[in-house]
Design a protein around this ligand. Structure first.
Ligand code: GTP
Ligand code: MG
Length: 232
């Protein structure tokens, strides 16, 4: 099935070209969504797009959070003919070698395949205790409040069937940070689609800096009960 990987970037100069080259053997298209990175990531993306037919770029003027970037990217991908649409970080926390496993899960019938740290066979590498607790605690909190079975609700390595994104009202998705990951998966479950978790090992980034912030954390804490009350 034809697949496009959406790669949101903000200051990923050290990672972008390596990531695109690592995705090339998997036969996917790549859409880089850059929010005007001051470090020149957008220019690197333009150079790669000029050189490589499978790469294209969506430039956005300002940093508005990963959620806004993905929604804009999804709209762009849906204008084309991709059957599958992937989300993936550009910092090598998600292993490009796992892309075929997510695609295969959708080819075998899943509507949404989630790269999952918290199912047997999954895990994290090089994460400190604080980060592990926040992540596990966050998934537990969301799972209990939302009443769903998914073990890893905050992960950002996903593969959607096109029809799933078409069925969601993308512009109604309000979250900008991690909450975006919880919100999209919850909306997909509520629509009755089949969601499958695929074990992955998540590695801490080695290049560039994290964009995780207090604001992103609290958005997720507040958003979860709101989702339960508002999403039908
Ligand atoms: N376009 C765009 N990309 C973003 C934005 N915020 C983060 N990203 C990208 O989204 C991906 C995930 O962001 P990270 O900074 O790694 O955040 P994280 O993975 O939640 O946090 P760490 O685990 O600490 O790295 C990376 O490819 C970032 O460059 C944003 O506002 N706009
Ligand atoms: Mg990261």
């Amino acid at each position: 099935m034809k697949a496009t990987v959406c790669l949101p970037t903000y200051n990923e100069r050290e990672n972008l070209e390596k990531m695109v080259r690592a995705l090339e053997p998997h036969g996917v298209d790549v859409l880089v969504i850059d929010d005007g990175s001051p470090d020149g990531t957008g220019e690197i993306a333009d150079r790669l797009a000029a050189e490589l037919a499978f790469v294209s770029v969506l430039h956005r003027e300002r940093k508005e959070g990963i959620g806004r970037a993905y929604v804009a990217g999804f709209h762009r991908v849906l204008e084309g003919d991709a059957e599958l649409v992937l989300e993936m970080d550009c910092d090598f926390s998600h292993d490009p070698a796992d892309v075929p496993r997510l695609i295969a899960a959708c080819e075998q019938g899943a509507d949404l395949a989630l790269g999952s740290r918290y199912v047997p066979g999954g895990g994290t590498r090089n994460w400190g205790l604080a980060r592990r607790l926040i992540s596990r605690g966050g998934s537990f909190y969301a799972r209990v409040l939302l009443g769903v079975r998914i073990r890893d609700l905050t992960g950002g390595f996903k593969c959607f069937r096109r029809a799933v994104l078409e069925a969601l009202d993308l512009d109604a998705i309000g979250s900008s940070g991690y909450a975006f990951q919880i919100e999209t998966t919850y909306r997909v479950i509520r629509k009755g689609f089949r969601v499958r978790e695929i074990p992955i090992t998540f590695a801490d980034r080695t290049e560039g800096t994290s964009k995780m912030s207090r604001g992103i954390f609290f958005e997720a804490v507040l958003k979860v009960p709101l989702l339960r009350l508002t999403v039908r």
